[in-house]
Structure formats: structure tokens, C-alpha cells
Design a protein around this ligand. Structure first.
Ligand code: AMP
Length: 446
């Protein structure tokens, strides 16, 4: 079913009023697909990420049900449970429910770790309509009998791929085992790897599949470029980019991605010294510190936010005009998530990736995933032509199997013939696995 305006949707009048106030006229593609199915009571398997409008896609039908069929929730119970991987994302989802449900009488609360549990426990004492939670703290409070999931009517699993990345699979399964069999379930993930699909099969009943291709829409709206640069010159180049961004008319905010928490701190500090007010967010910071940093960023008081991947998940700030990959992500899918922080809700954005010698392989993987070469930008004084050429050669290498074999032979000779396993590609994969293990950011919060 396709439709062009929200007016065509059978949503309750208070929701239509709010949509008008917000100036939303046209449903985004994921909303156009998901909302009618959810209003019919179907389960959904959705392939979509943040920035696509998926939050309204599930919040509006849930709020519609709460409006049409109001009930007083019993103590410790909730009618809708939304599970999100991080505190930030849970906060964003909670905020969306508040916004979209402004004219609906309903109660909601957030449950996540890293803050005191008492306010959460007392909020649950009265029961709520909507509970948005991260898995660890939710299970803690269930185990202590402060929360009871036996009355859940709507169950939403958001950003499942990230949830599994963070090691929440067992927690999610335990939570699902406590839900009543009769419920409507919604399952969203940016990727649908086999393990994700098999988890979905254990949760969903005859689901409708909805999917949008965020990579394509994102790539179209965002002006992407890559700079080949020596690692030691990355800071100079970043400062040049920030100066340019300061001169921009709109979208003055910048998010800079760092691979490590330590790197994020160091970079934020050095940017401040260089005259660019910056702050860092990552999993080691307290919830209060992260919220404060985000708030100051949103208001433009610190227009540069240095972030690690997981901490930036769910950060939805409209005026981000520039995303800089100070370090290239070692997981190509993160590239798409990162650049999606700019170009929110139809706005244009710019994403610049700084690629040093040891990141050429990451760049190649990213270009494979986004299925296009990232245009190079060499309008800066630190451009390394030799790296750009190596990147090009590497690509033609991959295209020709013969050249590739030759490359492996040379490699083996250089490495004293330790066998085909010891080529660069293998070392790279191992490095990536090591990085992945070190990168658990933040550690699942209880
Ligand atoms: P989400 O993917 O849910 O994080 O939403 C991304 C952004 O798009 C949020 O800032 C929403 O407020 C905005 N948004 C969602 N749906 C619409 C819509 N139909 N029209 C305009 N903006 C929207």
C-alpha cells in the first residue's frame, strides 16, 4: 500500500493534530510501509536504521492503540515495551513518544543503567503504558520483582544488530521468554544477517517484511569525500575542515568520529586548545556527562562533538552539517551509520573521511558495502598522492584475479612463505577482530 499524506492514515484525531503541529505532511518510506500494517495488528520485521523516521513508524500505531483503548496499567506492568541497545537511543525513543503522544493520555518511563534505580522503581510501582528500556537494567529490575512483563501487548526490539554486537543476545532471549504469547511484535535492524533473521523467527508471528535502502538514500543526500593524509597531519586537516564549517550558513554542528575513547578525549582537548569548542562522548562517561555534552552540542555551545560509534548511536541532532571520520571505522557498516548523523530528515550534509596508510583496507571495505567509490578531495595541503594511488591500485588489484594471485605470491615471498593464510588480508581481519573485542563501548550497563 502506498500513500502520499498522513491524512490518508486512519490514525486517531489527537495524533493527526500533533503531526500537523510538527509540520509532518508526508510519511517517510518506512512509515508508509509499516504504519498501515501495524494498524492491522501485523508483526513486522523491518530493515531500517535511525534517520529514516522509523521511531514514528512504530510510536504512532502504539499511541493510536493507547488512545483508542485506554486502560489503567497495573502496578509494575506496562502495555508497550521498547528495547533499545543504548541509553542514548532509549532516551531518543522516549522523547519521540512524548512528542508524538503529546495529545494522548498515557504514562511512560525509561529504564536504563548508569543512573540510580530508585526513580525507575517508583515510576514502575504505578504501572506505565510505555516502557522504554535497555536490556541489562530491565532484567535487573525484573529479577528484583520491580517489573512484570506479563501484560505486554506491544513489543518493539529496536536496532537489533547493535544489540547483538553489544552482547545482549542472551538478555534479549530471556526478556522474550517472559512476554505473553499474545502480543504484537516489531523487530528493527539496520542489517539482516542470518543470526538476526533466526532470532526474528523466534520472536515474530507471520511477520510482514518492510525495508528501505538507507545506504542509497543516505549516499544520495550526503556529499561524501575521502582525504588521503598522513596520520600526523590529520589534526591540521580537521582544523581546516572546522574552519570551513564555521563559515557555513547552516548546519554548523560537526560530529568527529574517533575509534577509541581515549582518542576521543585527546582530540576534544586539542580542538579546544586550537580554539574549536569541543566535547567528547563515549561509553566511559557518566550518563549525566553525556547528556550535558549532547545538550550543549544541540544548542551550539560546543559545536564540535567527538564521539565513538556506539555513543553516537541514536544521536539525532538536526543541524549537523559535517561528519568527519577522523579514524575510519573498522566495520564498514558503521560508515553508513556515521555519515547518517548528517543529512537528517531530508537536509543536506557533508561527510569527510580521513584515510591514513593503515586504513586503506578499511576504505576498500567501505566502498564495497556502499557500492560506490567515495570521491577523493585533495584541496588541502596535506594530500598524499602516493596513498591515493595505492588505493586505486588496490582496487584494480581486486578486480583482476591474476593480479591478485601475483600480489599474494609476492606477499608470501616477503613473509618467508608462511603459506596463504599469512597474507595482509588475513592480518587485517585479525586486527579487525582484535579491535572489535577491545571496542565494546560502552560495556553493557546494568
Ligand atoms: P528517526 O529515524 O525516527 O530517528 O527520525 C529521524 C528524524 O526525522 C527525526 O528528527 C524526526 O523528527 C524526523 N521525522 C520523522 N518522520 C518524519 C516525517 N514524516 N516528516 C518529517 N520529519 C520526520
Amino acid at each position: 500500500m502506498t500513500m502520499t499524506t498522513f491524512d490518508a492514515l486512519p490514525l486517531a484525531a489527537p495524533l493527526h493534530r500533533v503531526l500537523k503541529q510538527l509540520g509532518y505532511e508526508t510519511p517517510t518510506p518506512i512509515q508508509a510501509q509499516a504504519i498501515p500494517l501495524l494498524l492491522e495488528g501485523r508483526d513486522i520485521l523491518g530493515c531500517a536504521q535511525t534517520g529514516t523516521g522509523k521511531t514514528a513508524g512504530f510510536a504512532l500505531p502504539i499511541l493510536n492503540a493507547l488512545e483508542l483503548n485506554p486502560k489503567t496499567p497495573r502496578s509494575r506492568q506496562c502495555r508497550a515495551l521498547v528495547l533499545a541497545p543504548t541509553r542514548e537511543l532509549a532516551g531518543q525513543v522516549g522523547k519521540s513518544f512524548t512528542t508524538y503522544g503529546k495529545e494522548v493520555r498515557f504514562r511512560q518511563t525509561l529504564i536504563y543503567g548508569g543512573v540510580g534505580a530508585h526513580p525507575q522503581i517508583s515510576a514502575m510501582r504505578g504501572g506505565v503504558d510505555v516502557l522504554v528500556a535497555t536490556p541489562g537494567r530491565l532484567l535487573d529490575l525484573i529479577d528484583q520483582r520491580f517489573i512484570d512483563l506479563s501484560a505486554v501487548e506491544f513489543f518493539v526490539l529496536d536496532e537489533v544488530d547493535r544489540m547483538l554486537d553489544m552482547g545482549f543476545l542472551r538478555d534479549v532471549k530471556r526478556i522474550v521468554s517472559m512476554l505473553p504469547a499474545k502480543r504484537q511484535s516489531l523487530f528493527f535492524s539496520a542489517t539482516l544477517a542470518p543470526e538476526i533473521v533466526s532470532l526474528a523467527q523466534t520472536i515474530l508471528h507471520n511477520p510482514a517484511h518492510v525495508s528501505i535502502q538507507p545506504e542509497v538514500t543516505t549516499a544520495e543526500r550526503i556529499n561524501q569525500s575521502v582525504c588521503f593524509v598522513d596520520r600526523q597531519n590529520k589534526r591540521n586537516l580537521l582544523e581546516q575542515l572546522l574552519q570551513e564549517q564555521n563559515r557555513a550558513k547552516e548546519g554548523k554542528l560537526t560530529i568527529v568520529f574517533s575509534r577509541t575513547k581515549h582518542g576521543a578525549n585527546k582530540l576534544a582537548k586539542s580542538l579546544c586548545i586550537a580554539g574549536f569548542p569541543a566535547d567528547a562522548i563515549h561509553g566511559n562517561k557518566s550518563q549525566a556527562a553525556r547528556e550535558k555534552a549532547l545538550d550543549r552540542f544541540r544548542k551550539g555551545l560546543t559545536p564540535v562533538l567527538v564521539a565513538t560509534d556506539v555513543a553516537a548511536r541514536g544521536v539525532d541532532v538536526k543541524d549537523v552539517g559535517l561528519v568527519v571520520n577522523f579514524d575510519l571505522p573498522n566495520e564498514p557498516e558503521s560508515y553508513v551509520h556515521r555519515i547518517g548523523r548528517t543529512g537528517r530528515a531530508g537536509a543536506d550534509g557533508r561527510a569527510v573521511s580521513l584515510c591514513a596508510e593503515d586504513e586503506l583496507e578499511y576504505l576498500r571495505d567501505i566502498e564495497k558495502v556502499i557500492k560506490m567509490p567515495i570521491p577523493r578531495w585533495d584541496g588541502h595541503e596535506w594530500h598524499e598522492e602516493a596513498l591515493a594511488e595505492r588505493h586505486l591500485r588496490g582496487k584494480s588489484h581486486q578486480k583482476s584475479p591474476q593480479a591478485n594471485q601475483g600480489g599474494q605470491r609476492n606477499n608470501q615471498q616477503r613473509q618467508g612463505n608462511r603459506g596463504p593464510q599469512s597474507n595482509n588480508r588475513h592480518a587485517h581481519t585479525q586486527q579487525r577482530n582484535n579491535d572489535r573485542n577491545q571496542r565494546r563501548d560502552p560495556a553493557p550497563v546494568r
